[in-house]
Ligand binder design. Structure first.
Ligand code: ASP
Length: 330
């Protein structure tokens, strides 16, 4: 018995020696905004200002007996169908060639997940992703295959390039070097949503039109389980927004969930993942990434590389925007 205790203690001690300094520092340096530790069930969080309207729809689902999965799907559909939003679904800015191509994924409390990428002319990719999850043995379907699948499931084709988005694209074509997508943080803005229902079950959804004027065929983090979104009902859920390439490189949302498994709060976990992105990239110019996380206690948090990332929080006592903490000023 004693020997086992000793072995456990020495394993712990040697593990402690190998904790990178930056992580150790974050853990002993409690993050100030404990305001976000709401500990309320159910709870919904989602990225950016468009999250407020999305949370409202998600909340209505929860109130009428829907699951967290129903809630996140209903919530982000609002943003997908909002043609004034230039970064998600209908009205999203197109790729370099003027085609709107959409990426989305969804994940529930049983580790079931579905995703679509490079999907065109379908207004609500999140619902197609849910069908992939529930009605196929696969996790991800892309491109023409995803579109054919959607049409078979009763989704309708629609032109997603609105006049406003077309105008913006044509103006971009006039000004920019058309060989390169523009590196501009303002061109990013996914909606990622995480929800916990009355039962305490977690689900998440993530959907985007991706990086404006991207190379045709480019897919970001948003439809990639583990990058743009990850849910582990034993621990918590996380999602990402911003430059998808950087999120993919560190398996972003999965990393945030693993950090919560190690005992970090949602905000601490997001902060450590942000620090990891900063360490792994030599050039941080315009490299905005924001993470959001929700743990099994209903605590929420977010963190971003640069100032400006905010998220919408809804539970039975509040419905508001929160400015995430961050490391760098623009
Ligand atoms: N993460 C998304 C992508 O890289 C875009 C964004 O969140 O702004 O496609």
């Amino acid at each position: 018995m004693k020997r086992r205790l000793f072995l456990n203690l020495s394993a712990l001690a040697s593990f402690a020696l190998f904790i990178p300094k930056s992580i150790a520092k974050v853990k002993s340096d409690p993050i100030k905004s404990n305001l976000n530790r709401v500990k309320k069930k159910p709870v919904i969080i989602s990225t950016w200002n468009h999250g407020l309207a999305a949370n409202k729809a998600a909340w209505e689902k929860l109130e009428t007996g829907g699951t967290a999965l129903d809630a996140v799907e209903a919530g982000v559909r609002i943003t997908e169908s909002d043609e004034t939003n230039r970064s998600v679904g209908l009205g999203g800015l197109p790729d370099r060639d003027g085609n709107v191509t959409l990426d989305a994924c969804i994940m529930n409390h049983e580790n079931e997940c579905g995703a679509v990428a490079f999907l065109q002319e379908i207004e609500n990719p999140i619902s197609v992703a849910r069908k992939v999850m529930e009605e196929t043995p696969h996790v991800m379907i892309v491109g023409i295959g995803a579109q054919e699948f959607a049409l078979k499931k009763g989704f309708e084709k629609k032109n997603l390039l609105t006049e406003g988005a077309k105008k913006a694209w044509m103006e971009w074509k006039e000004k920019e070097d058309k060989k390169k997508p523009v590196i501009n943080h303002e061109n990013h803005d996914t909606i990622g949503m995480l929800a916990m229902d009355k039962e305490g079950n977690l689900s998440g959804a993530c959907t985007t039109s991706g990086w404006a004027y991207k190379l045709p065929g480019r897919v970001g983090d948003s439809p990639i389980i583990g990058a743009g979104l990850f849910v582990d009902n034993e621990v918590g859920a996380a999602c990402a927004t911003g430059m998808g390439e950087a999120v993919i490189r560190i398996a972003g949302s999965s990393s945030v969930v693993e950090l919560m498994r190690q005992g970090y709060s949602p905000e601490e976990a997001c902060k450590i993942a942000v620090k990891r992105i900063q360490r792994k990239h030599k050039n941080l110019k315009n490299l905005q990434v924001g993470f959001l996380a929700l743990n099994k206690d209903g605590e929420v948090g977010g963190y971003s590389v640069y100032a400006g990332f905010n998220y919408a929080l809804k539970n039975d006592v509040t419905d508001k925007m929160i400015d995430a903490n961050y490391d760098l000023e623009w």
